[in-house]
Design a protein around this ligand. Structure first.
Ligand code: SF4
Ligand code: SF4
Length: 695
């Protein structure tokens, strides 16, 4: 466009109400007012529901974070989608809708505020810019919506099959209702955006305004209308205006009551998200019942979470319990609770049931059953993948706390908790036997309570008492000794660290254990606190009080440093092929991905990654106290067996299934046997492989 033409364009604009009689304009404003009122009532209803929850978080800070969340949505939320196409489609729909919505608001401000005051700005270059921006974002909205339709209608990923609900009632009727709702949402978006362009096309066909480069999509939509009479175009233009306008205001009114509401609560949930979810659990409520038994017990942020769920099914797809056929799907827990929250709105206590598949929360169609709660491994895979920052695992944990409060827990779990209470360990061994594994070493391990040490090793229950793990523990000790590390342990001063005790919901016992361990640690002088147990690492690092800035490290991190400093001497590469399983508490929860791989590399193992590695790792099935529970709730196989299958289907003849967690040693050695794969692969701790390579 030449400068002269641009100058001419300064006079360009378009009317908001074209050829409208005054009473029609008035009718439009009445309808818009009704739409806004219905929208506002829906928002108020949701806020009223959230206000019934507890508020222990800093909600003011979350409010201040919201603009940053919206700006960063592409990075933090929408594109957290592991599927790039889904992430891009979501971003196209979100930003397309947002820009078109803002464009409509600008139009209203110009027409109803600025123009009456003589400050009209909706013309000239501003209008031309407005026109092209809305055209392009309108295309993005259509492209994103069509992608979703193809995804749902043709690709049909299993995670979008709501009938696959494993927990709660998840009745087929409800699943079908969800499906219809999603399709209605997509069709509405598509029809609104297409009719918007059609209307623009008819206007262009009628007026031939001549700045087609600034409305390219409208120009394309004008092609089919070229040649029609002015009378026909005028009739179509009127009809389309009302059809498009009524659909748009109906859509706005419906937002808080339909799937579209996640546009509001999704942003709020991301702003309220606890970056330490599952890694650091909040203490139980200072007053009232411990855990979640009624909706009034819920943290308000968790009530927001329930509404934010888009039913994308990502958590459903990655949950190890769902994968092996246990009666838990984090998506269904969220949806069941959402239905309950909406129908009951926190009026009084919810129906509480007994153990054994009976409802814990709710009755009738929407329930969360105890079997679902106790199937959870607190592995955090669900929280990790949720695009709107929902905290499924902490919500489940809070409901477990409610169960523990009522003492409706599995007898074997109850027994283990009592054992820990009595003996300080889950094996029921005398506390004097905690350091017995050192007896077979040909050097003495000092008691860190008796003299200062460089490294204080918090050994953990499995590594201290389980005979197979004691071999690993002695291996780690041998490596530290060879490297000349001055280390010591707590002997009978150590108790179970409490990580899993806390994750089954036994907060009282956890506090008791913390007190004992903190007292024992307080007797010692040391530089670094080391543990070879990722579960202990998680709680010592994130949940123990008053660490005075002390460092807590996993043994693999220390081994890599010793290797780098040449303190372990040269290795003889094993020349073996290994895969490595990331333990949830070291990997996903505390981002300890590299050190174990570096140890494997130093041992000369050729690493073959399983498809689910690092933050996408698949829980062995022991987490969240599951290792202490007998009931597998009809699972088709154990998660550990599924993981061994995954390793064996890599298409590589593997020598080792390498791990870096004592519970993994136990779980996977067992799984190799029970899955009939003995002799095909050997489970080894990375430290064992390193010692082998050192000779
Ligand atoms: S924490 Fe793990 S086991 Fe529990 S619901 Fe989430 S993904 Fe499933
Ligand atoms: S909880 Fe999150 S990941 Fe799971 S279905 Fe809902 S939005 Fe998707």
């Amino acid at each position: 466009m030449t400068p002269a033409a641009l100058l001419l364009a300064a006079t360009k604009t378009r009317p908001v109400f074209w050829d409208f009689r005054p009473w029609l304009e008035a009718l439009w404003y009445v309808l818009v007012t009704i739409s806004i009122a219905v929208f506002a009532y829906g928002v108020w209803r949701s806020l009223h529901r959230y206000r019934q929850g507890r508020r222990t978080r800093d909600y003011g800070a979350a409010l201040r974070r919201m603009p940053a969340v919206i700006r960063g949505l592409a990075g933090q939320g929408l594109l957290r989608a592991r599927n790039r196409l889904a992430g891009d489609a979501h971003a196209a729909v979100f930003y397309g809708f947002l820009v078109l919505f803002v464009g409509t608001v600008i139009l209203l401000i110009s027409h109803d505020l600025a123009q009456p005051l003589g400050l009209g700005f909706f013309h000239g270059n501003f209008y031309l810019g407005y026109s092209i921006v809305l055209d392009l974002f309108g295309v993005a909205l259509i492209a994103g919506t069509v992608t979703f339709m193809v995804w749902r209608g043709l690709v049909r990923p299993p995670r979008l099959d709501y009938r696959a609900a494993a927990a709660g009632a998840g009745t087929p009727a409800r699943a079908a209702g969800y499906g219809h709702g999603d399709w209605a949402f997509l069709w509405l978006l598509l029809i609104i955006s297409v009719t918007g362009f059609m209307q623009e096309g008819v206007r262009i066909a009628m007026e031939h305004p001549g700045w087609d480069g600034f409305q390219p999509v409208g120009w394309l939509f004008a092609r089919p209308f070229e040649g029609a009479s002015q009378a026909t175009l005028a009739a179509v233009r009127h009809g389309l205006w009302w059809f498009h306008g009524l659909l748009a205001i109906a859509f706005v009114a419906a937002i808080p009551y339909t799937k579209a509401t996640h546009m509001l609560q999704g942003v709020a949930a991301l702003a309220l998200r606890d970056p330490d979810a599952t890694r650091r659990l909040p203490p139980t409520a200072a007053e009232g019942a411990a855990g979640y038994a009624t909706l009034r017990d819920f943290e308000a942020a968790h009530l927001v979470d329930l509404d934010a769920c888009t039913k994308c099914g990502r958590c459903h797809a990655v949950c190890p319990a769902t994968a092996v056929g246990m009666p838990l799907s984090p998506r269904d827990v969220v949806l069941d609770l959402r239905e309950l929250a909406r129908t009951e709105s926190g009026r009084g206590p919810l129906a509480l049931g007994a153990l054994g598949g009976e409802p814990v929360v709710g009755e009738g169609g929407e329930q969360v059953r105890s079997a679902a709660l106790w199937s959870c491994m607190q592995c955090n895979a669900c929280v990790e993948v949720c695009p709107v920052g929902i905290e499924q695992a902490p919500i489940i944990l809070e409901m477990r706390r409610g169960e523990v409060e009522k003492a409706t827990i599995e007898p074997t779990l109850q027994q283990t908790l009592e054992t820990i209470h009595k003996t300080g360990n889950s094996f029921g061994e005398s506390k004097r036997r905690r350091g017995r594994w050192t007896k077979e070493l040909d050097f003495t391990v000092p008691d860190a309570r008796e003299r200062p040490v460089e490294v204080l090793w918090f050994v953990g229950d499995y590594a201290s008492f389980d005979p197979r793990n004691q071999r690993v523990t002695r291996t780690v000790a041998e490596l530290l000794h060879r490297a000349g590390v001055d280390f010591g342990i707590l002997f009978d001063g150590e108790r179970n660290a409490g990580n899993d005790v806390r994750r089954v919901g036994e907060e009282g016992l956890f506090e008791h254990l913390v007190e004992a361990n903190v007292a024992a640690l307080g007797e010692c002088t040391f530089e670094t606190l080391m543990t070879s147990d990722p579960h202990s690492l998680n709680t010592l690092l994130n949940e123990y009080p008053d660490r005075d800035g002390r460092v807590v490290r996993h043994h693999t991190a220390i081994l890599t440093e010793l290797l780098a400093a040449g303190r372990l001497g040269p290795t003889r590469p094993l020349g073996a092929r290994a895969t490595y399983h990331d333990p949830c508490n070291l990997g996903r929860l505390n981002r300890g991905f590299e050190a174990p791989r570096e140890v494997l590399a130093a041992a000369g193992c050729e690493l073959h990654e399983m498809p689910r590695n690092r933050e996408n790792s698949f829980c062995c099935g022991a987490g969240g106290g599951r290792i202490w529970m007998k009931d597998e709730f009809g699972a088709a196989e154990r998660p550990s067996e599924a993981r061994i299958r995954e390793a064996l289907s890599l298409g590589v003849e593997l020598d080792y299934f390498a791990v870096s967690c004592p519970k993994d040693v136990t779980m996977y050695e067992d799984a190799v046997k029970t899955s009939g794969n003995e002799g095909r692969i050997e489970v080894r701790e990375v430290a064992e492989l390193l010692l082998d390579s050192l000779g």
